[in-house]
Design a protein around this ligand. Structure first.
Ligand code: ZN
Length: 224
């Protein structure tokens, strides 16, 4: 491997690992800071949904640390046990962020529709891209190799569209929590810090995919 390829490979890996450890550290840190308003994540989620007049979305407790998500097919905001049951800054901000996705869905926010359109192609690409690329490299057939690269491109496109959707859900969360008088000024800056760390994992994932594409193109160019 050449120097630049090594930097692309390991730089991307380190960036992804760093972003994930950062979000875990922030989560640990803000899990210990209680919000003065005594609402748990689940209560906050239901309160926001009610305020927005959304009555067909359920809030449920899921399993596993940081497994929080909104499922648009079943219209369920599923919160991890700690987020569901506690009133920490971490719990409240994550719960509000996931409800932000439910509001995006209810309002037909443009980014989420586009993201859902590309989702099936991104899933197929995620399963096949690396196999196709390896076959392309070993067989030395350009058409196969570049089909694999195109699949990574689809993944990168999906990750790119994910960014504004994530940022939008977080800014909705902070805005709502502030408007509803749930966060004090200090708590608000902690919540922003928590959600920024979470958003950065999506940025890191996109950079990693782009780095892989560049690395593979360099590798291909060198092999010819
Ligand atoms: Zn999100």
């Amino acid at each position: 491997m050449q120097g630049l390829e090594i930097i692309l490979l390991f730089g991307a890996m380190i960036l992804v690992m760093w972003s994930q450890s950062k979000v875990q550290n922030k989560y640990q840190q803000y899990s210990r800071v209680a919000v003065n308003a005594h609402y748990t994540g689940a209560e906050i989620a239901r309160l926001i949904l009610k305020r927005k007049g959304i009555y067909d979305v359920q809030v449920e407790m899921g399993q596993g640390l940081l497994s929080d998500h909104y499922d648009p097919r079943t219209k369920i905001v599923r919160l991890s046990p700690d987020v569901y049951n506690t009133n920490s800054v971490a719990a409240v901000s994550i719960a509000a962020h996931e409800v932000g996705h439910a509001i995006q869905h209810a309002e037909n926010y443009g980014g989420i529709a586009l993201r859902n359109t590309i989702l099936p192609a991104a899933i197929v690409s995620g399963h096949l891209a690396w196999g196709v690329i390896i076959i392309g490299l070993f067989s030395n057939i350009d058409a196969i190799f570049f089909t694999g690269i195109l699949m990574l491109g689809v993944i990168a496109l999906f990750q790119t569209i994910t960014l504004p959707v994530e940022f939008n859900a977080s800014s909705r969360a902070i805005g709502l929590l502030t408007d509803m008088g749930i966060l004090s000024a200090d708590e608000r800056s902690y919540a922003k810090d928590m959600l920024s760390a979470a958003a950065f994992t999506y940025v890191a994932a996109l950079i990693a995919t782009l780095a892989q594409i560049m690395r593979l193109l360099l590798l291909r160019g060198r092999r010819r």
